[in-house]
Ligand binder design. Sequence first.
Ligand SMILES: Cc1cc2nc3c(=O)[nH]c(=O)nc-3n(C[C@H](O)[C@H](O)[C@H](O)COP(=O)(O)OP(=O)(O)OC[C@H]3O[C@@H](n4cnc5c(N)ncnc54)[C@H](O)[C@@H]3O)c2cc1C
Length: 433
Amino acid sequence: MSDQTNNYDVLVVGGGIAGEETALNLANIGYKIIMVEKDLSIGGKMIHLSKVFPTLDCSACITTPKVSETARHPNISIFTNSEVGEIEKISENNFTAILTQKPRYVTEDCTGCQLCEEACPVSVEDQFQYELVGRKAAYIPFSIANPRIAAIDIENCILCGLCEKVCPADCIDFTQEAIKTKINIKSVVMATGYQIFDPTIITRYGFGKFKNVVTAMQMERQLVPTRPFNAVLRPKDGKMPDNIAYVLCTGSRDDTVGNPICSQVCCMYSTKQAQLLMGALPMADVTIYYIHVRAFGKGFCEFYNQTVGMGVEYIKGKIGKIDEAENGDLIVRYEDIESGKVKEAKHDLVVLATGILANRDYQSMFKNIVLEPDKFNYVKQVNDLSSPSKTSIGGVFVAGTASGPMDIPDSILSAGAASAETASYLRRAYNEK
Ligand SMILES: Cc1cc2nc3c(=O)[nH]c(=O)nc-3n(C[C@H](O)[C@H](O)[C@H](O)COP(=O)(O)OP(=O)(O)OC[C@H]3O[C@@H](n4cnc5c(N)ncnc54)[C@H](O)[C@@H]3O)c2cc1C
């Protein structure tokens, strides 16, 4: 196995649950892994979630031990705030790639004390809280970030120098520049995950125009212990909602927005959120507008039945339009599929169950070779029935939602399959017995 600097057995692109699982499986059998994550912290989307369906276990409680194990593993080198490009196959079992570490403007000596954050006078939208609240230009991305090192958002920084003055460890360094390094690898695992559908595209739902129309990820953030507000609130006026609607299939199974497939998780995450809302707001009514409820996994149907039993109303209806009343309430106009009639209902908060889309970043990472997409733009599985982790390039594998929509347990299973295929490939590459 390789052991020289910049020589690794496996490049894992993406530090979400699928990337972590893949890296840990391979590192535990002795392979040397480089993990490249474009965000400031590893953890992926799972670290953003409240609880997980159908067990309602705390998402962060499951994922943070994996994040720490990945970060501490002696065989795993992690590069956050980094990108990888120009991946080139130079011979049968050898690739090279260019790693670019973007500057954080804060050195690794940072203790995570957040004094820079307190001193920073600039406030911008917080992407981790899905723009529900603001953050500073000098910031730690979130409380359980790994690494827990601050960063300066240079695009919004006004270079006032207050962070430098208060930093007790002298970590602020505005002279940092991007560092490019050439790496040698034997194999690659794409674990770049998914993107969330942008609901502003469906203008008739009013997202971006009506503040009380929010996305399911924004609701996830309102339901976590590290939530931006003390309670679930309407963004427009801070009122506690008491009549909440969910619109399933927002951006999924919809040819008009270019995503004809089912996102596989929205029915269940909406059902989960409905249960959590019944706990957070016991007097609130929750209505879920759906086309079909897909409760196909183990315990999912029971979870759905339990939610119906708790009083959540499921209406088989297609949403035509959402309008805003003067007081910020929302008028939902829908086709009641059972009766065939067009109806209207008033809700004080609407949650769009936004679907999962392919993250197409992988398409620009390779040089002189093409990692083929499938017809939905996910990484193509050359044989999705018999060898779902193999891609169009020998030695390049795929794990988790980079290959299609799936939930967390399936992402972990997919990472297991990708690790097994990669290990078997490496054994052949090294001619090991
Ligand atoms: C609102 C909502 C609620 C959900 N609730 C649940 C639930 O309760 N239970 C459940 O099982 N599932 C749930 N899911 C689905 C769950 O989020 C996914 O199954 C899981 O996160 C997939 O993990 P992943 O590692 O494949 O992808 P991701 O979590 O997307 O991780 C991919 C990682 O790759 C990184 N990356 C992307 N591009 C690059 C690049 N070019 N270079 C370097 N790094 C890159 C990303 O920054 C990210 O860290 C929910 C989804 C949504 C939208």
